[in-house]
Design a protein around this ligand. Structure first.
Ligand code: SAH
Length: 210
């Protein structure tokens, strides 16, 4: 159920649903999604669906992970990336296939602990730094970031995140209330250029830590 054939079916599925960046498809192919979900759900790990990871949260649908990554690296591969919402760490692992340094923030401690173990087992500990905090404040001591990817939804983009976006950098985030659009913001000097793209459904951005 986690065979090469099952994984290949997911790649075909992503192509059919519009993912065209071969570098992203290769990163998804190389990332063992079954290791990021509970063993009882591993037979569904290569379906193109979100799955529960506990604490009321979900591992994002592969299409969403692929699409957000594709948007993040569209113009240039970012060297340093901030991720808000580590969850199980799957998107973190996909980002680590590209960025030299991934700084990822999660507000729910047990999710972060589990993600840390998995990322270590996959040999990604040297590229990934994890922090237990409210990601709405970004990670100021590690800023600026060439790329910022937010995996939980809010009607507005936190000012602190925009302030931590490097010159020429790009932020990708689901923006909206119950219905959201994937939104891309590019920084050109003091100017921020924003575009709302695909409709998506993400778990909500929540304040504080737990
Ligand atoms: N990329 C993750 C998605 C997990 S769902 C994955 O593929 O598994 C979104 C995550 O964002 C949840 O784990 C949730 O706890 C976290 N989150 C929500 N609000 C947050 C905040 N303010 N700061 C940090 N993490 C947050």
């Amino acid at each position: 159920m986690t065979s090469a054939r099952t994984r290949e079916r997911l790649i075909s599925r992503l192509r059919e649903s519009g993912i065209t960046d071969e570098r992203v498809l290769e990163a998804i192919r190389a990332t063992p999604r079954h290791l990021f979900v509970d063993e009882a759900l591993s037979h569904q790990a290569y379906d193109d669906t979100a799955l529960p990871i506990g604490h009321g949260q979900t591992i994002s649908q592969p299409w969403v992970v692929a699409r957000m990554t594709e948007l993040l690296i569209e113009q240039a591969i970012p060297e340093k990336v901030l991720e808000v919402g580590t969850g199980c760490g799957y998107q973190t692992a996909v980002l680590a296939a590209f960025a030299r340094q991934v700084c990822s923030v999660e507000r729910i401690r047990p999710l972060q602990d589990a993600a840390r173990l998995r990322l270590r087992e996959l040999g990604l500990a040297n590229r990934v730094q994890l922090r237990h905090a409210d990601g709405g404040f970004g990670w100021s001591s590690a800023a600026p970031f060439d790329g910022i990817l937010v995996t939980c939804a809010r009607p507005d983009i936190p000012e602190e995140l925009l302030a931590q976006l490097a010159e020429g950098g790009r932020l990708v985030m689901p923006v909206g209330d119950r219905q959201q659009r994937l939104t891309v913001v590019d920084r050109h000097g003091n100017e921020l250029v924003s575009r709302a793209l695909d409709p998506v459904r993400f778990v909500p951005f929540q304040r504080g830590v737990q």
